[in-house]
Design a protein around this ligand. Structure first.
Ligand SMILES: Cc1cc2nc3c(=O)[nH]c(=O)nc-3n(C[C@H](O)[C@H](O)[C@H](O)COP(=O)(O)OP(=O)(O)OC[C@H]3O[C@@H](n4cnc5c(N)ncnc54)[C@H](O)[C@@H]3O)c2cc1C
Length: 482
């Protein structure tokens, strides 16, 4: 009998398994698909030789993850490819705003707001890893309380309020609105200010990298490390009911709260199951991948220096687009997240060719094809873009959910990270990774600190499960079977 079974091999499932194995526990991972990785997979979606990131494309939280940084994943094949610039934000009729690692270089292009921008971020760059460790953790006593207070108090504000109060010009407001839009919330909601600041801060600590060969390399490196620690992974095993599980002392679910309720409902109190079912997932995503005949012809060619391009115009435009999605609409001018992996990783496309990657937020489960809206927005800042398209691959919310049931309604970050679910996901508990059943844990992005490829949800869930394993008698048999 294994000490632990992990259901799902996304970055959090694999991170949980690695942490358990590092502590000496015997671990087995069961993955429904034939390919491991969940949100970190790579495939030839368009034409032969074009390797596309199926889900996550750019990894600021991956390279800065306090857990991944301890693992030495480079020895297991992971290589981060860093761009000269983390993010570019094109604007009509003026040069794009570039998020450089250098605070001074970034501030210098923000005109009247340059000094205010510098003063906003400089205090956090004295110990950014300490601050990020507090930010990428469940609610608790921070290790850096003063820094957290300085960061968190303005961060509680909606991005629109914070950015209008702190900056006067369109450039600073726009580039930070692009960062805030990673929240997948209306920018008028509390806490979106913090998301703007976290993403901008990460850009001043490390260039936002892509993984050499594709995001799959992150999963493959975690799997290689896990196997070196004695862990095992079985693919093609979808767990539908609790009796499907092999005997184990604990089980950690890298699944949605809805799936946890479905699979384990009979073993959990009805009230807890009801709360899992009430969990809110938020908007979905419509994603396009292109095989391109050349790089994207940005009007400001410096946009090619960035791994990520935030395409959406001004703060007002981005806020209007994201609010529309929450109202159930499809904005004509959506906020488009573009990633340019092949600019920095030649393994992604045949010589001289490029991959393109973009997605927009859409109402949950939306069946609307957003191809035209996405390509029009890119054309707005890169005239002639459509002429470079050799082939395209579309994925709407239903496709994403079919591909991975964790993406409920096409929601890609494990559920809405609004004030009610930011710290208390999936339900309010002192230990959010535990459930009322002593042997069942949740380790997916639906637990703190939420979406993104950082493995911190898995790490903290594993720590919680290890505490439980130590308190269980070694002679106790598993109760997770039958
Ligand atoms: C289109 C898209 C773009 C994204 N872009 C980025 C980005 O650029 N940067 C970033 O950091 N993050 C990005 N993300 C988010 C990131 O991919 C996720 O937050 C992250 O993968 C969550 O990891 P996880 O381990 O919690 O779950 P997942 O990665 O979703 O993995 C869950 C795994 O569990 C398996 N599984 C589920 N149910 C069962 C079952 N019953 N039995 C067996 N196996 C099961 C699934 O098949 C899957 O392999 C993106 C996501 C998407 C979809």
């Amino acid at each position: 009998m294994d000490d632990a079974i992990v259901i799902g091999s996304g970055p959090n499932g694999l991170a949980a398994a690695v942490e358990l194995a590092r502590a000496g526990a015997s671990v087995r991972v069961l993955e429904a698909r034939d390919q491991i990785g969940g949100g970190t997979r790579t495939a030839e979606l368009t034409l032969p030789g074009f390797r596309h990131d199926v889900c996550s494309g750019c990894h600021p939280t991956g390279i800065l993850s306090p857990f991944f940084r301890t693992l030495g994943l480079e020895a297991h094949g992971l290589r981060w490819m860093k761009p000269p610039v983390s993010a570019a934000h094109p604007l009509d009729d003026e040069p794009a705003v570039l998020l450089h690692r250098s605070l001074a270089d970034t501030a210098a292009a923000l005109g009247e707001d340059g000094e205010r921008y510098r003063r906003t971020f400089a205090p956090f760059l004295r110990d950014p890893h300490g601050l990020l460790a507090d930010l990428l953790a469940p609610l608790g006593l921070p290790r850096h309380p003063f820094l957290m207070a300085r960061f968190g108090l303005p961060g509680l504000l909606p991005a629109t309020t914070l950015l209008r109060a702190r900056f006067r010009g369109k450039r600073a407001r726009a580039v930070l609105a692009g960062c805030a839009a990673h929240s997948i919330l209306p920018l008028e909601r509390p806490l979106t200010g913090a998301v703007a600041m976290i993403f901008a801060l990460t850009a001043h600590v490390e260039e936002w990298p892509v993984a050499a060969g594709g995001s799959q390399a992150i999963a493959d490196a975690l799997a290689s490390l896990l196997r070196s620690l004695g862990g095992r992974i079985e693919t093609g095993v979808r767990v539908r009911r609790l009796p499907d599980l092999p005997p184990s002392r604990v089980a950690l679910f890298d699944t949605s709260p809805a799936a946890l309720a479905e699979i384990c409902g009979s073993a959990l109190p009805a009230r807890y199951v009801r709360r899992l079912r009430r969990y809110v997932y938020g908007p979905g995503v419509f994603k396009l991948d292109w095989a391109l005949d050349g790089p994207i012809p940005w009007r400001d060619p410096r946009c090619l220096e960035a791994s990520t391009v935030h395409v959406g115009g001004t703060l007002e435009e981005i806020a209007a687009a994201e609010a529309a999605v929450w109202r159930g609409d499809h904005p004509e001018r959506p906020f488009v997240m573009v990633v340019q992996q092949s600019q920095f990783d030649p393994a992604r496309a045949p010589a001289g060719k490029h991959t393109g990657y973009a997605y927009v937020h859409v109402p949950p489960g939306s069946p609307v094809d957003c191809t035209d809206a996405i390509e029009r927005q890119i054309e707005r800042f890169a005239p002639g873009f459509r002429d470079r398209i050799l082939a395209r691959h579309r994925m709407g919310p239903a496709d994403l959910e079919r591909d991975n049931p964790n993406y409920v309604g096409g929601a890609i970050t494990g559920g809405a990270a609004d004030v009610t679910q930011f710290f208390t996901r999936p339900v309010a508990r002192l230990d959010p990774y535990s459930t009322p059943h002593p042997r069942i844990f949740l380790c997916s992005a639906s637990t703190p600190p939420g979406g993104g490829v950082h493995g911190m949800c898995g790490y903290f869930a594993a720590r919680s499960a290890l505490r439980r394993l130590r308190s269980l008698s070694c002679c106790e048999s598993a109760i997770l079977t039958g």
